[in-house]
Design a protein around this ligand. Structure first.
Ligand code: CDP
Length: 283
């Protein structure tokens, strides 16, 4: 949520309160396959944010009348744990959580090949364990790799990050204090491989130039996140390959046994004896 923008959040050297430069992401770590029961899962740590994404499906949808005849329904359940923020968060789903679930679901629907699984649901659970600003973006990034881990076919991954306006400067990847005290934020979901924006929201007031700068900075950040997503997915599958790869057993080379020559007992074929030509009998 945008604040009044008066608090000094960037020093004269262009450094933010956490030491980052204006175009720098927080440290990001992504682990794939953290929930064994799920079809696909991921954990993302983006600065202090810790979020788990778990994917189940495609599977039968209940109640059945909600099923879409020609495609799968992607249902997202973004929830903040009661202990994820300083003030205890009420366990009841808030309007904010429902809105975030909806925008993430809509972004994912744009890349998943939903037409391959008519009348089913793909359920994406997003549980925020610790929040520090930008949780919808981190959740979308994690959901995207969790879907890939579940083997759900997609046109491309979505990489997501927020940009914002702080002390009249456009900055990348806002954390909580910048989100609260800054004067605007623009969460962006972007697919580098498709060059498509699948999520964009805007809070605060930007000039057109600032908005374009914020969009471009978001795309730059998303490209960096995309590399981390790909690396995490590759890492999981290389370790599986290493586990299942059976080293071919190298048998000690045996000297070829020289068998004694056995004389063939096959009798030489007798040439058919030619019958002497029958003498013609004279009458
Ligand atoms: O997390 P995101 O930036 O996508 O959404 P937000 O509604 O702009 O929330 C920004 C931040 O406010 C969250 O990441 C939390 O750190 C914090 N927050 C909170 O402290 N208590 C809540 N009930 C909701 C959000």
């Amino acid at each position: 949520m945008a604040g009044d923008g008066i608090v000094q959040l960037i020093d004269e050297k262009g450094k933010r309160l956490d030491g980052r430069s204006v175009d720098e992401l927080r440290p990001i770590e992504i682990k794939i396959g953290v929930i064994e029961n799920a079809d696909g899962s991921a954990e993302i740590r983006m600065g202090k944010n810790i979020i788990i994404a778990a994917v189940y499906g495609p599977r039968e949808l209940h109640p059945k009348h909600r099923a879409l005849p020609n495609e799968a329904l992607i249902q997202c359940f973004y929830r903040m744990s009661t202990f994820s923020v300083n003030d205890r968060k009420s366990p009841a789903p808030s309007r904010r959580e429902k809105e975030i679930s909806m925008v993430i679901s809509s972004a994912l629907t744009s890349v998943v090949l939903t037409e391959k699984f008519p009348r089913t649901t793909i359920d994406v659970y997003l549980q925020v364990l610790q929040a520090d600003g930008g949780t919808r973006c981190a959740s979308l990034t994690a959901a995207s790799v969790a879907l890939a881990d579940a083997g759900v076919p997609m046109r491309g991954l979505i990489s997501s990050v927020a940009t914002g306006l702080v002390n009249d400067k456009v900055i990348l990847d806002l954390y909580d204090i910048e989100d609260q005290k800054g004067s605007g934020d623009v969460p962006i979901g972007y697919s580098p491989i498709l060059d498509e924006v699948s999520l964009i929201q805007l809070d605060g007031v930007f000039t057109v130039d600032q908005f374009v700068e914020a969009l471009n900075l978001g795309v730059k950040g998303a490209n960096e996140i995309y590399e981390i997503q790909k690396k995490a997915l590759k890492q999981k599958y290389t370790s599986i390959r290493a586990e299942v790869a059976v080293e071919p057993k190298v048998e000690p080379k045996e000297e070829p046994k020289i068998e004694p020559k056995v004389e063939s007992k096959v009798e030489p074929k007798e040439e058919p004896k030619e019958e002497p030509p029958k003498k013609e009998q004279s009458e």
